[in-house]
Design a protein around this ligand. Structure first.
Ligand code: SAH
Length: 340
């Protein structure tokens, strides 16, 4: 008999499973509490269950855990984790420290199918989607490591395109909000722009923050650096952003990776401003993080600042994302790529 992975049970399946054992509903609540808040790694830890009940459960069920293969700590406090999944595949998460904030950047797929020209994960191709519990477990496992501190923010900006693994990402988001009690305001989903899924997200998932990896201001450049633009061009992407039912005082984040001489000109800054007009937006400028064999360069600091200044004042924030953890290979996919 194959054992049931309790962590893989959805919000509907977990209570149904407990019921199928002839147990009262409160046992399901306790189980979710132990897995998602107490972060139990094994059924034996479930001290609210009697020894007898634990033994009975352990005969047919277990709790899966990510296995940590590597933990790299940067001088600036950024940490990078390489996790092994049950089938031997590996994924990364990154923990970023900013004053009181602890942001965990998590992966949604093993590899990625989108082949963005500036992204190292793209060179790996898509291996497989992550199961919802493999997505959520990155949060549980990292939370265990940073305790007694708590992770304050979650960003789905690691390996993979979250909206290409829609159902599992949605389920993982619900387990973060409903089971781990993380506010959806503190969760950000970043997408390369899978237009139909952006709107579906608002109907199916908790209202998390949306980040769009824009990265170009013309279709010709975006087609080149992000091939998904050929399917969902800028006009459709921005229309979806305009239709996104943003809660009051919230804005959509636009990420813009600055690629030297490709999308970092004054004309780009002007076009970017025009494209975003009418959208409650903040802009996150990310100087390209080079990797061996990359076909792009990183613009000099003065060009980054000039680009930022052209936009400043129009958006409440134009952030230049600091490249954190350079010494532990910060660009996503770099740890996995280095391990093969
Ligand atoms: N697929 C999702 C999430 C993963 S990429 C998305 O496209 O948003 C997360 C962010 O990292 C994106 O904004 C992407 O543009 C950026 N990124 C990827 N490779 C990079 C690199 N080499 N240097 C700087 N930013 C990069």
């Amino acid at each position: 008999m194959t054992k049931i992975n309790l962590k893989a049970l959805s919000r509907e399946a977990l209570p149904a499973y407990i019921k199928s054992l002839g147990l009262p509903a409160f046992r399901a609540k306790q189980l979710a509490h132990w897995i998602y808040e107490r972060r139990a790694e094994d059924i034996v830890e479930l001290s609210e269950y009697s020894r007898e009940l634990r033994d009975r459960l352990a005969e047919q069920a277990y709790i899966s855990n990510l296995k940590m293969l590597d933990r790299l700590v940067s001088v600036d406090g950024t940490e990078k984790y390489l996790w092994e999944l049950q089938d031997g595949e590996t994924i990364e998460s990154v923990l970023i420290r900013d004053d009181d904030r602890l942001t965990l950047c998590i992966s949604s797929q093993v590899g990625c199918a989108l082949k963005c020209a500036f992204c190292l994960t793209g060179t790996l191709g898509l291996k497989r989607n992550l199961e919802s519990h493999e997505i959520a477990d990155q949060v549980i496992s990292a939370a265990r490591l940073v305790a007694p501190k708590t992770i304050t923010n979650i960003v789905l900006m690691g390996m993979g395109e979250p909206l290409m693994n829609f159902d599992n990402v949605v389920e993982a988001l619900w387990s973060m909000t409903d089971w781990m009690h993380i506010s959806p305001r503190r969760i950000t989903l970043s997408t390369a722009g899978i237009v139909p899924k952006i709107l579906e997200l608002t109907k199916r998932a908790p209202i998390v923050n949306l980040a769009i990896s824009l990265n170009a201001t013309t279709n010709s450049v975006r087609d080149r650096v992000m091939p998904i633009n050929r399917t969902y061009p800028l006009k459709d992407l921005l229309a979806a952003c305009r239709a996104f039912p943003l809660p009051p005082r919230r804005r959509i984040t636009f990420e813009y990776v600055l690629l030297k001489d490709v999308n970092d000109t004054p004309e780009d800054a002007k076009r970017l401003d025009e494209l975003l007009r009418g959208i409650p937006a903040k802009v996150n400028l990310i100087p390209f993080n080079p990797f061996p064999g990359a076909p792009f360069g990183r613009p000099e600091e003065h060009r980054v600042l000039a680009f930022q200044e052209r936009l400043a004042g129009k958006y409440m924030t134009v952030l230049v994302r600091k490249s954190k953890g350079q010494d532990v290979l910060a660009a996503c996919g770099q740890l996995k790529a280095a391990r093969g």
